[in-house]
Design a protein around this ligand. Structure first.
Ligand code: ADP
Ligand code: MG
Length: 602
């Protein structure tokens, strides 16, 4: 086989495969070009999810005739004046976006630069460009793209629904607009205005884009270490989402979805948030261009730091510090229960053999003859004798006498006690079981939902007055496109104008006391994250059952012996009841064998 050089158009199409994977990626390149051109106003117009038409118009410095011809050539750029890849100060630098997009679409560019006598326009179709023609464009540049991917139909097939593509475009614009608050943006979908942002301060823009509630529920972040600066807002743990889509990260003004930074953010919150909840954050990292390589990802969405560990450490410690300062009260720590059990038992054993450890010695003395060596010890011992022999209130404990012997034969045994109003202790023939009643109940409701759903039999409860929930137009439209699916789950929603929906019925299993607004927001988060109904199904069950639990048995609810045993029998009869919907166990079984090991009897 002979080696040959590929024709230019093909080379550009290959590049387009990497750089322009969907309309949002093309929009990103065009808007970044407008930002690099010093624009203060950028207007974006989209039709049919970007498939039939996209237009980006700016008031930047434009191009003269020569530049207009050159800009469509591969690797033609005005942005690397010193040929120095270590010193990138613009968003673009590779000179491949325009030729790539032009190779897979029909493109028209209108532009006017002050240093030329007239405005110019040019057409490119599947990579073939016309001669520039005089035009009558005001200062700045307008780029129109029609029939994206017409030249590469395989790529066209991979595109999602118009709505999903619009969502991706909107997300992209939000990220770009957050990093450039001094620029005004408008965004239209199919002739309808979706965004209209006038130039503003950073804080104002974040509030506008992420919701007024965000800055009120966020901690200001600011840290400077050597030449590195980290600033922005990160939410309090209590203000969290069901997916990571509301985490906005910027490196030197460039929106990135960098794994290192996202991982660091997750790490910073790991002690204060459940694994399936995500903080909201907008964080801006500034460092000298030499310390970060932006030339590692085709769409420049990831970067590589020269001192990655340093950056990670800065992010984690700054946020943890802020959490201690602001979020201490809502913080709670989560650790593997068995790990805890073992380490606690181990450390207790160690302490008991360490002479200086007061508590265990006083207990030792307290239970034996008061053989104290000094006055302080004597007082400590006295205090223990005098303390009323009641347990602290959080340890309320109901002991059920061991009379109902036969139910010990069941796998989950007979309930013997409920402690801390959430944990059932049951006795089995060969050991004991601890059940998290809240998690167990959640699982049961979940399975019941699934059963009802598969039998096409979800019980529905109408609301006396429909609940109105305000949403932005895109979210409203997106949610409404799942109207039929949601109805099948027993959730009846309808359009209420263009910026709200009304909820008129909910699944009866949810009971009367649920927070419908929160439920709807959780479902939207899932839809945005997963995008397809199949994946959604499980998630919606999960959300519904989690919500159901808030109205019924949850932690903090006292249960009678009968109720507890009923729950245990129910669990035995329900498939997959051994774990809750998040993969946490619903019960922990300890055989006598395990218990003896813990006590080092074996
Ligand atoms: P890059 O941005 O990496 O340089 P592009 O293919 O995106 O590559 O753009 C090529 C060149 O076209 C840019 O370097 C710039 O000189 C010019 N250009 C593109 N878009 C604009 C615009 N909106 N305004 C002014 N010049 C532009
Ligand atoms: Mg560019």
């Amino acid at each position: 086989m002979r080696i040959r050089h590929l024709p230019d158009t093909l080379i550009n199409q290959i590049a387009a495969g990497e750089v322009i994977e969907r309309p949002a990626a093309a929009i990103k390149e065009l808007v970044e070009n407008s930002i690099d051109a010093g624009a203060t106003q950028i207007n974006i117009d989209i039709h049919d999810g970007g498939k039939s038409y996209m237009c980006v118009a700016d008031n930047g410095f434009g191009m003269n005739r020569e530049e207009l011809i050159a800009c469509l050539d591969r690797h033609a750029t005005s942005k690397l004046p010193d040929n120095d890849l270590l010193h990138i100060e613009n968003l673009g630098f590779r000179g491949e976006a325009l030729p790539s997009i032009a190779s897979v679409s029909r493109m028209e560019i209108f532009t006017y630069s002050k240093d030329d006598r007239s405005a110019w326009q040019i057409r490119v179709e599947g990579g073939k460009k016309s001669d520039p023609m005089p035009s009558s464009h005001p200062s700045g540049t307008k780029i129109e793209i029609r029939d994206l991917f017409f030249a590469t139909p395989a790529r066209l097939k991979f595109l999602k629904t118009d709505r999903s593509e619009n969502m991706a475009i909107k997300d992209m614009i939000l990220r770009l607009a957050m990093a450039a608050p001094h620029i005004g943006f408008t965004l239209q979908f199919d002739g309808k205005k979706n965004l209209n942002l006038s130039p503003s301060s950073q804080e104002e823009r974040l509030g506008l884009l992420l919701g007024r509630e965000f800055p009120q529920n966020a901690m200001p972040i600011l840290a400077v270490r050597d030449t590195i600066k980290l600033e922005g807002l990160a939410s309090l743990p209590t203000y969290n989402k069901g997916n990571a889509l509301s985490q906005y990260l910027f490196v030197n003004g460039r929106a990135v979805k960098d794994r290192l930074l996202l991982g660091a953010l997750k790490g910073a919150y790991c002690d204060v948030l459940a694994r399936d909840r995500y903080p909201v954050a907008a964080l801006f990292l500034t460092l000298s261009p030499e310390d970060v390589d932006v030339n590692v990802h085709p769409a420049k969405a990831e970067v590589r730091f020269r001192e990655a560990a340093h950056i990670r450490g800065l992010l984690v410690s700054t946020i943890r510090h802020a959490l201690l300062e602001h979020g201490g009260r809502s913080a709670s720590s989560v650790q593997s229960p068995l790990q805890n059990l073992i380490t606690q038992n181990q450390s207790r054993v160690n302490q008991e053999y360490t002479p200086q450890t007061l508590p265990y010695h006083t207990i030792e003395y307290a239970s034996g003859a008061p053989n104290h060596r000094n006055q302080a010890m004597a007082e400590a011992v006295q205090n223990i004798y005098n303390a009323p022999h009641t347990l602290p209130p959080s340890s309320k404990c109901e002991i059920i006498p061991e009379e109902n012997n036969n139910i010990k034969d069941f796998p989950l045994g007979a309930a013997r006690a409920q402690i801390h109003e959430n944990y059932i202790i049951s006795q089995t023939n060969d050991g004991m079981v601890m059940i998290d009643q809240h998690a167990a109940h959640e699982r049961l409701v979940y399975e019941r939902f699934k059963r009802q759903f598969s039998e096409n039999n979800i019980a529905v409860q109408g609301l006396l007055t429909p609940e109105i929930i305000e949403l932005d137009p895109l979210k409203t439209e997106n949610l409404l496109s799942y109207q039929d699916d949601l109805k099948a789950y027993g959730l009846d929603i309808d359009a209420f104008g263009t910026q709200a929906i009304s909820v008129s019925a909910i699944p009866a299993l949810l009971g009367g006391n649920i927070d419908i607004k929160r439920l709807i927001h959780d479902i939207i988060d899932e839809i945005e994250d997963k995008g397809s109904t199949k994946l959604l199904e499980d998630k919606i069950f999960e959300i519904l059952s989690r919500r159901a639990c808030h109205g019924s048995i949850r932690s903090g609810r006292r249960m009678s012996a009968d109720e507890m045993n009923h729950l245990l029998r129910d669990m035995e009869a329900t498939p997959l009841s051994g774990q809750c919907n998040h993969g946490r166990p619903t019960y922990i079984k300890l055989s006598l064998n395990d218990i003896e090991k813990l006590f080092k009897r074996r």
